[in-house]
Write a protein that binds this ligand. Structure first.
Ligand SMILES: Nc1ncnc2c1ncn2[C@@H]1O[C@H](COP(=O)(O)OP(=O)(O)OP(=O)(O)O)[C@@H](O)[C@H]1O
Length: 289
């Protein structure tokens, strides 16, 4: 089979009926053999593994949020499948990173037409969780966890939790041992970056590249209102600098915390951890350009 189109019908609280109809039209016109798989929220990864095994699709194109793409990283990596991603989530950090800012229909057409691909690095955390874009411990992970627990959704709920977490973030101590150096540090947040920016466009570091064979640990030592303003404005100005950030580049690292903290990866809460072992897997995902 040529094309497997995966659609998360609930990501970003966006109705995908219109997109699904347009996609069927585009795929039929292309004359390519295709199948559409709508995720259900249950055993989706196993389902995709089954579809890859039975139908051997040349390309898998995923429409959803960053969490949807993350769910399928393992089989996509293991099968060296060519992947396209149509950002239709709430935060869309990957869209910022990979410049996927076109209309969904146009992105679909681009992925159908192109055979060119770029090999992206992935990070493996504690031997099992894969990270494509960004993860963190501390203030932002707490924000993601509280937002997920809250019955409400949308900007207002997000703003409420953002404010309660970031107005007075609590710092914590940790030790980092990379393939190069050892560090003892304290901060309100420790970010694990394969890329550079949050979905809001707020950059965490200026050196990260998603295919350079390195990842970056960014220690946010403190955060005040002027930092947030500077970070937001820096969307337009890459010269964002603050003494509150320290960037450590590595190929592998162990992080030891004094107390367990929540870890979020690509916008999804994973669990609480006291120790993290991070390893870069170079050129693991074949991403259609
Ligand atoms: N049909 C479905 N019903 C309920 N949940 C679903 C369904 N399909 C997938 N999911 C769940 O959706 C989550 C992934 O959503 P995703 O993160 O892509 O969207 P989002 O949170 O709206 O976007 P973003 O990550 O960009 O903020 C996974 O936890 C997955 O299990």
């Amino acid at each position: 089979m040529e094309i497997l189109l995966v659609i998360n019908p609930v990501s970003g609280n966006k109705n995908k009926d219109g997109f699904t109809d347009s996609a069927k039209l585009i795929l039929s016109k292309s004359g390519l053999d295709y199948h559409i798989f709508k995720t259900t929220g249950k055993n989706d990864c196993e389902q995709l593994e089954g579809l890859i095994a039975s139908k051997s699709p040349k390309k898998v194109i995923i429409a959803g949020g960053d969490g949807t793409l993350n769910m399928f990283l393992k089989p996509l990596m293991e099968n060296k499948t060519k992947v396209g991603f149509i950002p239709m989530g709430s935060a869309n950090g990957m869209a910022e990173e990979l410049n996927l800012v076109d209309y969904p229909k146009r992105l679909l057409q681009k992925f159908l037409d192109s055979d060119d691909f770029q090999k992206l690095d992935l990070l493996q955390v504690n031997g099992s969780h894969l990270l494509l874009h960004l993860g963190d411990l501390g203030a932002n992970a707490n924000l993601v966890a509280n937002y997920e627990k809250d019955g409400g959704r949308g900007m207002f709920t997000y703003a409420k939790h953002f404010w309660s977490e970031f107005k007075n973030p609590k710092s914590f101590e940790f030790e980092i041992v990379t393939d190069q150096m050892e560090y003892e540090r304290k901060g309100v947040m420790l970010a694990i970056c394969n890329g550079r920016k949050y979905g809001t466009g707020i950059p965490l570091n200026t050196i990260g590249k998603i295919d350079d064979g390195f990842f970056e640990l960014v220690i946010v030592k403190g955060m005040d209102f002027s930092d947030l303003i500077k970070a937001t404005l820096s969307k337009f100005d890459e010269d964002y600098q603050t003494e509150n950030l320290e960037t450590i580049q590595a190929k592998s690292a162990t992080i030891r915390l004094k107390e367990s903290r929540i870890l979020q990866i690509d916008g999804e809460v994973i669990d609480e951890f006291k120790e993290l072992h991070i390893k870069l897997i170079p050129k693991a995902l074949h991403f259609i350009k």
